[in-house]
Design a protein around this ligand. Structure first.
Ligand SMILES: NC(=O)c1ccc[n+]([C@@H]2O[C@H](COP(=O)([O-])OP(=O)(O)OC[C@H]3O[C@@H](n4cnc5c(N)ncnc54)[C@H](OP(=O)(O)O)[C@@H]3O)[C@@H](O)[C@H]2O)c1
Length: 318
């Protein structure tokens, strides 16, 4: 197979590159907005690709003729989406549409679109793939519009909804766990909300789950997340415990007190049965996921596989 990944420098993109590089012998074309890449292993090809530029996307897709396109590129900063709605729409919705247009011309080409629990309002958990979406943020609206664009297209699609992604990689943006660890390292007291609950998801596991979905030729919507529902405050205290910090540095707060620009769903707990039964894979719970992450930090091995040829075959992050 020929697989094109967008946003390959992001957290999930890096993990996908690792997992697909290790588990398959498919041709992998990694793309991202950056002109140059840190992926130096000969297992990967890299091309700069800004998915908001239709002409570039058309030529790249027509040239590579992928069997699968995995679209991880997105504006993932929920508050930034609220503040720059046009920019969020261009990337999260039009970007996917730009991929659909040339994909339609390639027989059998499938698109894997990464979506989010933020398509739900979080008032009626737990959420299955059949639950009715009702986003309360602009980010959520843009992710739902992208889902609908893929559904309405003639292209075969897998919509992977996930949430509270965590992990480490080479120069990746901060995520909830990374932020909590940074705060704990500083040693000052800080507050975390008790009224936002969901299923933390280890990025390495999510990438492996996406590999399984592709491999098993699944189609349609899948909820893919860690098995455990937990509020952010309790999760942050667990992070402190696993990483050996003082959990009492973290104090409880409400979303109203913290004052984020975008509304968040209070409880977007997922039902993940469809994915688990069809793919025969269950993602790590928080105890296991955080211990694995701590090990990755200790070994400093989170990204060396991408940078150093000799280590690639022994990667074990999946
Ligand atoms: N993070 C979460 O908790 C979470 C939860 C649910 C769903 N998701 C979804 O999961 C997917 C992956 O998330 P992630 O956390 O891995 O994201 P990420 O780390 O922010 O990675 C996104 C990548 O896309 C790149 N990019 C930005 N604009 C681009 C463009 N115009 N064309 C091509 N690439 C572009 C980014 O580059 P720059 O960094 O240089 O901008 C970055 O390398 C996203 O679709 C997100 O919506 C994430």
């Amino acid at each position: 197979m020929r697989i094109l990944i967008t946003g390959a420098h992001g957290l999930l993109g890096q993990k996908l590159a690792l997992v697909l590089g290790r588990e398959t012998d498919h041709d992998l074309l990694l793309t991202d907005i950056a002109p140059r890449t840190f992926f130096i292993h000969d297992r990967y090809d890299y091309q700069q690709l800004d998915i908001t530029r239709l002409g570039d996307v058309k030529s790249q897709v027509a040239y590579f003729r992928p069997d699968v396109i995995i679209n991880t590129a997105a504006q993932t900063d929920v508050d930034a989406c609220e503040e720059d709605r046009l920019g969020a729409w261009r990337l999260n919705v039009d970007g996917l549409k730009n991929l659909i247009i040339p994909a339609r011309r390639i027989e059998g080409c499938r698109i894997v679109q990464i979506s989010s629990d933020y398509v739900f309002d979080g008032t009626q958990p737990p959420y299955s793939e059949e639950s009715r979406p009702r986003p309360v943020s602009y980010y959520g609206k843009s992710k739902l519009a992208a889902e609908n664009a893929l559904r309405a297209s003639a292209v075969d699609g897998i919509i992977v909804r996930t949430q509270v992604l965590y992990g480490t990689g080479y120069q990746v943006r901060s995520n909830f766990v990374a932020w909590v660890l940074t705060m704990l390292e500083k040693g000052n007291a800080f507050r975390v909300v008790t009224d936002q609950r969901g299923n933390p998801t280890m990025a390495d596991d999510l990438a492996y789950g996406i590999f399984k979905l592709i491999d098993k030729k699944c189609m349609g919507v899948y909820h893919v997340s860690g098995p455990e529902s937990i509020d952010r405050f309790s999760f942050s205290r667990r992070i402190a415990e696993v990483f050996g910090f003082d959990p009492s540095l973290i104090a409880p707060a409400t979303s109203r007190e913290i004052g984020q620009s975008a509304h968040r769903p209070p409880d977007s707990t997922f039902i993940t049965l469809r994915f688990e039964s069809q793919c025969d894979f269950r993602l790590s719970d928080t105890a296991t996921g955080l211990s694995r992450l701590r090990q990755q930090y200790r070994e400093g091995a989170a990204h060396t596989d991408l940078l150093d040829d000799s280590r690639f075959p022994s990667s074990s992050s999946g």
